[in-house]
Ligand binder design. Sequence first.
Ligand SMILES: NC(=O)c1ccc[n+]([C@@H]2O[C@H](COP(=O)([O-])OP(=O)(O)OC[C@H]3O[C@@H](n4cnc5c(N)ncnc54)[C@H](O)[C@@H]3O)[C@@H](O)[C@H]2O)c1
Ligand SMILES: O=C(O)CC[C@@H](O)C(=O)O
Length: 387
Amino acid sequence: MFKYKCLNPIAGVGLELFNNKYDKCEDVNDADAILVRSASMHDMELPDTLEAVARAGAGVNNIPLDKCADKGIVVFNTPGANANGVKELVLAGLLLASRDVVGGINWVQSERANEDIAKLTEKEKKNFAGCEIKGKKLGIIGLGAIGVLVANAATHLGMEVYGYDPYISVDAAWNLSRSIKHIQAVEDIYKECDYITIHVPLLDATRKMINKESIAKMKDGVVVLNFARDLLVEETDMVEALKNGKVKRYVSDFPNTTMAGAKNAIVIPHLGASTEESEDNCAMMAVKELMDYMENGNIKNSVNYPACDMGECIHACRIAINHRNVKNMIGQFASVFGEADINIANMMNASKGDFAYSLFDLEKAAPEEVISRIKTIDGVLKVRVIK
Ligand SMILES: NC(=O)c1ccc[n+]([C@@H]2O[C@H](COP(=O)([O-])OP(=O)(O)OC[C@H]3O[C@@H](n4cnc5c(N)ncnc54)[C@H](O)[C@@H]3O)[C@@H](O)[C@H]2O)c1
Ligand SMILES: O=C(O)CC[C@@H](O)C(=O)O
C-alpha cells in the first residue's frame, strides 16, 4: 500500500485515478508521495520514507529540488497542463492594460444608486477609454508551453509578436507560428515592444531580470505583464516606473505588499492556472506520473532526475536505484548482482546534472542481502524493490 499526502487541494478527477493500492494520509511523515501546488516545501522536514513529490503545475520554485534529489526523492511537474489557462488570462491582461475596464466597472459600482447613471455614463466614459492591441508590438520572454500559446494567440489578434528564448525546445519551436519574429538579444524586446510579457521559470539567472536597468531600456509607456513569478521583477523599481509613467501598466498574477496597492498596477490573485480544466489536467498528469514511478519505477517529467522508462516489469524482479552521477556505479551494481548469481534481463541508466537513476530487471528475485549491499555503495541515495 502506498500513502500520499496532499499539501494543497488537488482536483478530484486526478485523485480518483489512484487505485486501491493507494491511501491518502494526513501526516507527511507517513507519506510515500506528496502532491503539491504552490505550498512552500522549503522549510519542511522530508521524511526518509518519501519517494516522490508531484507538483500539479509548472513552477517548482516552492520545492527544494537539490535537497530532494540528495535524499533520492524524485520531483515531478506537469509541463503544459495549465498553459492554456494561463494564456487566456494573459490575453485578458493585455486587454485590461489597454482599456480601463477595471476603472470603468468600479465607477459603475460607485454610481449604482444614481438615477442618472445612463446619462452620466456618456459623459464620464472618456475617463476609461484606451487603445486597441491590434498592430501593437508584443515581446514575449520565454517561449515554453505558455509563451508559445500566447505568441500564437496574439498574432491572431493582429499583434506583431517578438519572441526571445535562447533555450527554446525543439517542440516549442515547431509549435511557434512562423510570423513570430525571432529575437536574439532581449534588449531588442525592451527597445521595440509596446507590451512585454514574461514566461520564464524563476531561477538564479532570471531572478529580478526586470529591474531599473532593463526598464530604462524599454519604450516610454510600455505595458509589462508578469504571469510567471513576482521575484522575476525588482518590484520596488517597477513601482517607481509606474509612478513616473515610464511603465504605463504592470499586470501581475502575484499580490504582495509592494504591488497590491501600487499605482497603475493591475494585480490578480494568482488565477493563471485556476480553471477547472487546468486544475483537472495538472492533477491527472501528476497522479499518473506518481503511479508510474511508484508501481514501475518509471520517471517522466521529473525536474531533478532524468527520464527513464522501461514500461512494466515482465521479469522476476525490478530494482530502482537513485544515485549520484559518478563513475563506475553501473559496474558496481552489476558486480553485486553477478556475485549473487543473478542475471540482468534488462537495464537502463540515465543522468541529469549531479544525479542519476538506474533500473534493473532481474531474472530472479534479489535477496535482502543483495539490496543491503547495493545500499552501502558510495553514491547510492535510495534503492527500491519495485517487484
Ligand atoms: N500564473 C500561474 O498560475 C502560472 C501557471 C503556470 C506557470 N506559471 C509560471 O510560468 C513559468 C513558465 O511556465 P511554462 O509552462 O511556460 O514553462 P516552460 O518550462 O514550458 O517554459 C519556460 C521557458 O522559459 C525559457 N527560459 C528559461 N530561461 C530563460 C531566459 N533567461 N530567457 C528567456 N527564456 C528563458 C525556457 O527555455 C522555456 O522555453 C513557470 O515556471 C511558472 O513559474 C505561472
Ligand atoms: O497551482 C496553482 O494554482 C498555480 C500554479 C502555477 O503557478 C504554476 O507554476 O503552474
